[in-house]
Design a binder for this molecule. Structure first.
Ligand SMILES: Nc1ncnc2c1ncn2[C@@H]1O[C@H](COP(=O)(O)OP(=O)(O)O)[C@@H](O)[C@H]1O
Ligand SMILES: [Mg+2]
Length: 317
């Protein structure tokens, strides 16, 4: 890829937001440190790491920051909350804005929005709110299904349910995390994830990463235990399927109103259909994260990736 030019003044004071108040605070510190180091190498000598806590608004005001680079993950950092504070303070920030961050944090609302586009395949599902009749709500679903808290990450609270008899206990596990639970038909196939980036006003997909867990699906153990998953990049898909998956991912990013960067998760069904599972609006930027690896194989270095993301600051209005 051609050199990525800077759209931001190299003297600008940039706050790299990391840490925060979610279960992914530690991962965010690793993402933030890496992004900060890249900014330094790129010549943004006035960038600083800012640890996010409940005093973040004051810290940002006192520091007179001109830009915020969002390296937060999960609750408050990826769901529109910190984005709202930055809007109020008038500080341009990287990545998705308030609305798309909030929508994509919730797997059901993501599907509601994406379902308005006929070109984005979605797994059949039921949305169960507290007090709903579980039996009635899920009557039309074919088993196996997968039960998910609507706004968790890291596969927390999720269960693959083979028969209707096992549904109640799986639901109870998911509802410990969120009042609302998404119950989705289990797609037989394999998992892929695709980055979507914005350059010069145009969105494009990264290489596709295929992840083959040793477990039946990409659960917590498979995600966070070395050797429990195989990573194949580019994914072993036909040229035609590769094109289709990239198109669908860019479309999903756009329909959900995302800007700058996201990472779209899909299941490629044995029926040949790529089903969009969720959109991650603040993808990990650690040494072992998916997005930097997806970029590397297409000639976009880690520093180029950080520059592309930084150039998106303020586009998310
Ligand atoms: N409908 C489904 N069918 C089969 N596997 C699924 C389905 N939904 C999710 N999975 C598996 O569960 C993993 C985590 O699901 P996801 O919705 O992306 O939650 P998280 O936010 O925890 O990443 C996926 O990577 C995939 O392996
Ligand atoms: Mg996921």
């Amino acid at each position: 890829m051609a050199e990525i030019s800077s759209k931001i003044n190299k003297e600008a004071k940039i706050a790299v937001l990391c840490g925060g108040m979610s279960s992914e605070a530690e991962v965010s510190r690793r993402s933030g440190k890496n992004c900060f180091n890249a900014l330094q190498r790129l010549g943004y000598k006035n960038s600083e790491i800012v640890e996010v806590d409940k005093n973040i608004a004051q810290k940002l005001k006192d520091g007179n920051y001109e830009y915020a680079y969002n390296a937060l993950h999960g609750k408050y950092g990826e769901d529109g909350c910190v984005q709202g504070i930055l809007e109020i303070l008038g500080i341009p920030y990287t990545g998705c804005g308030v609305m798309s961050s909030a929508v994509c944090m919730n797997k059901e609302y993501t599907k509601k929005v994406l379902s308005t586009c006929k070109d984005i395949p979605l797994a059949k599902s039921a949305f169960v709110r507290k007090g709903d009749n579980l039996e009635e709500k899920t009557a039309g679903l074919k088993f196996p299904v997968i039960t998910k808290p609507v706004s968790e990450g890291s596969s927390f609270g999720m269960t693959k349910v083979n028969t209707r008899e096992e549904l109640q206990s799986a639901y109870e596990e998911a509802v410990k995390y969120n009042d609302d639970v998404l119950i989705e038909e289990f797609i037989d196939g394999f998992f892929v994830t695709v980055g979507v980036l914005e350059k010069d006003g145009k969105n494009f997909a990264t290489e596709i990463l295929e992840i083959r867990p040793k477990n039946e699906w990409y659960d917590f153990e498979a995600k966070y235990t070395a050797g429990m998953s195989e990573f194949i990049i580019p994914a072993r898909l036909s040229e035609e399927m590769t094109k289709k998956v990239k198109e669908i991912s860019v479309k999903a990013h756009e329909v959900a109103g995302c800007r700058g960067v996201s990472r779209v998760d899909l299941m490629i069904g044995n029926d040949g259909i790529p089903y969009v599972i969720e959109i991650n609006t603040s993808p990990g930027m650690t040494d072992t994260s998916d997005l930097p690896a997806q970029c590397k194989v297409m000639g976009i270095s880690y520093d180029d990736l950080v520059q592309i993301i930084l150039n998106g600051a303020g586009l998310n209005k």
